[in-house]
Design a protein around this ligand. Sequence first.
Ligand SMILES: NC(=O)C1=CN([C@@H]2O[C@H](COP(=O)(O)OP(=O)(O)OC[C@H]3O[C@@H](n4cnc5c(N)ncnc54)[C@H](O)[C@@H]3O)[C@@H](O)[C@H]2O)C=CC1
Ligand SMILES: N[C@@H](CC=O)C(=O)O
Length: 810
Amino acid sequence: MKVLKFGGTSVGSVNSMLNVKKIVEAIDDKVIVVVSALGGITDKLIKTSNMAASGDSGYEKEMKEIVNRHIEMVYTVIPAGEKRELLLDCVNELLSELKDIFQGIYLIRDLSPKTSSTIVSYGERLSSIIVATLIDGAQWFDSRLFIKTEKKHNKHILDSELTNRLVRETFREIPRVSLVPGFISSDKDTGEVTNLGRGGSDYTASIIAAALDADVLEIWTDVDGFMTADPRVISTAYPITELSYVEAMELCNFGAKVVYPPTIYPVCHKNIPILIKNTFNPDAPGTIVKQEADHSSKAIKGISSINDTCLITMTGLGMVGVIGVNYRIFKTLAENGISVFLVSQASSENSTSIGVRNEDAALACKVLDEEFAKEIEMGEISPMKAEGGLATVAIVGENMKHTPGIAGKLFGTLGRNGINVIACAQGASETNISFVVEGGSLRKTLNVIHDSFFLSEYQVLNLFICGIGTVGHSLIDQIHSQQERLKQERGLNLKIVGIANGHKAMFTRAGIDLTNYREELEEKGMPSSTQVLHDEIIGMNIFNSVFVDCTASEEIASLYKDFLGHNISVVAANKIAASSDYEIYAELKRIARHRGVKFLFETNVGAGLPVINTINDLINSGDKILKIEAVLSGTLNYIFNEISADVPLSQTIRNAKEQGYSEPDPRIDLSGTDVVRKLVILAREAGYCLNQEDVEKHLFIPDSFFEGSLDDFWRKIPSLDADFEARRKVLEREGKRWRFVARFEGGKGVVELVEVDRHHPFYELAGSNNIILLTTERYNEYPMLIQGYGAGASVTAAGVFADIMSIANI
Ligand SMILES: NC(=O)C1=CN([C@@H]2O[C@H](COP(=O)(O)OP(=O)(O)OC[C@H]3O[C@@H](n4cnc5c(N)ncnc54)[C@H](O)[C@@H]3O)[C@@H](O)[C@H]2O)C=CC1
Ligand SMILES: N[C@@H](CC=O)C(=O)O
């Protein structure tokens, strides 16, 4: 025998009603069907009662809607004929009783709890007789006759013993299909209508299933089962196939509204499985809840949360070692009907924090202050402190018991993402770790956990890309072309959630479609500014996020500190921050380390060449960099390789810009600034404290050419062509070439134009290539050499991409 329960959405529309009929009639076994009120009707009944009680004549309109909803349902799902007429008689009679009750309330302007309970019972009474008529051969039973409650602490509580006996008596002979209204009950002493609480239809079904030793309890709802997390917050949440009773209880107690929590105990006690199914998708497997759920899988099964938490903290040295303090706290709260869902107490016993719903907080503080008035007056205990606007999150899974390090991983992940844990609790059963965070961090918290415990199919990295010129555009193209492969083969979802250039910016948590992002940015983007980027990116508070700087902007570099401070990793092609004042560079690295995020800038030197990582590897393994000799400017090397009788200096500079080698402002290259920045960064990464002004410069273009605007520069630069050509000819005759060389040794840096002959290791350095010779304690007689493309869109973008991938750490 099976017990099936259909919730309000399952009986809320014509289509779903017809699905219910199909599902029940296809069962080849005895079945007891428990139904809720038509979706939304209970709320409407409560609203109408309150309107009538407050003298608002608008209640009549609401009542009309209730009438229409039921009558229309009857006319659409029950074919014309005798059955329909009989049903209409019953429905009209119930509706007319209801109308009279509302009128009475309106006239006397009074609504007692007893009348309220009577009113809400009409929802299930009406729906159940409609469904009973709809399903062939169904026999209707009145649950008020066998679901019995008693009053305790001002609440109607099930009298299990009496109810079980009455259920067994009622269903001594079980018909093929029985139809029972859920939720409603009656007082065992007075016979007054009561109910089992909102969501109580699940409980009705569970009580009946347990009393009759059903084979299974099926809860038919509008979702595919228990999900790994709230799908409205986590788009990648998915249904869990199997849960143990304990796991299901932990999950539904805490926000996952799939099952009304008291439902689990009666069937668990009898070892009757619960199957959660979707009325709108009956072929989906659903979730099975049973004694022993699959233990071979992930350590945590699901996450649940409530965004309605107030933490009440009681502190005082007068609590230490005093027996009975906790007893008094919980007794006082229980006597006042306040439910506590989280308790956290330090072993020092001088503080206890209690999680209650926000609406209960004021009363909880009041009654506890009263209970401990004497101790408060003596200064032994401080008055209760309430902190509202919080959220409680629970991670749930019986496998946690067998897996060390879950708590470490959980709190480590939260910390790296800048989420502050205000209180936490874990029972010795180890099936649940609950913790409290700021309400505003809930979304991020759920995403972080879902992602890091691999509940999601993919690990997500959220990228903000700033600057979509030569490097930024190429990077986005590369990400676009690799996105799918990374998802499928590496389980990594690289999501670009923000893109900005100097004029426009756009942001979306869902990820930007990269097909036409440039057009979209132009059309739909908001005006971009440093402040906008700062506020939007920090305000979005997204987990696992990386700010990627592909600009050459000082203002943008000034944002890194705040981003790192908000646990956003930074990947910079922009060299300004890493080469700025040593203190700033050191501070950024310090913040990144403290926050557990990354500040990476491999492309600052040698574009995509592995220069900085190599130096880090050498240093980390105990080597010491003694000397750096390098050609670090792609632009200058290109210029000195291209310059010829046919291509004058000024033209080579233009060509370097067109090839995407030069800085947005090529004067940065020609003035040696770019090379100085790079040398400073290399020296710092090698462990030396060097600033740009410490580097000696021997330049080849007079300073006067860098005065004025960029247009002035382009106008003036051809005047140097003839002189350069004359010098080039001499050089050619001598069999030499120009190389702009950077050197660092003994704590001193120099950049200069050097004339090298064919025996020099830099002589053959082609195109825009870079070369870096590292003399170290280990690589001494034969220095380490790194050589290759040192500038250009695709290699630089690939280097930025590699930094991003190292943050993903897959
Ligand atoms: N081109 C290359 O080979 C290499 C370049 N880099 C570095 O990469 C960075 C970018 O270089 P390119 O792509 O060549 O420059 P670009 O001039 O082509 O692109 C710069 C982008 O930054 C944007 N931008 C400028 N100021 C901005 C602001 N305040 N807010 C938002 N966006 C802003 C511009 O609108 C443009 O989209 C530079 O810092 C450069 O030093 C590093 C290694 C190699
Ligand atoms: N402008 C730079 C680009 C790489 O950093 C160069 O020419 O090397």
